[in-house]
Design a protein around this ligand. Structure first.
Ligand code: FES
Length: 46
């Protein structure tokens, strides 16, 4: 999911992560090793 940055994302555990990029790819599949940001893990086959 692409969103315009900068963004501040609050995770379910209460922690906050920040990205000051112009555009940010957020992970919607939960497979990213860099969650909540997309690392293209959604492309891998199971
Ligand atoms: S959407 Fe989850 S890794 Fe890309």
């Amino acid at each position: 999911m692409l969103v315009d940055g900068p963004v501040e994302v609050q995770l379910p555990d209460g922690t906050t992560v920040v990205s000051d990029r112009f555009q940010v790819a957020l992970c919607a599949c939960r497979r990213s090793r860099n969650y909540p940001f997309c690392d293209a893990s959604h492309r891998r086959r199971r």
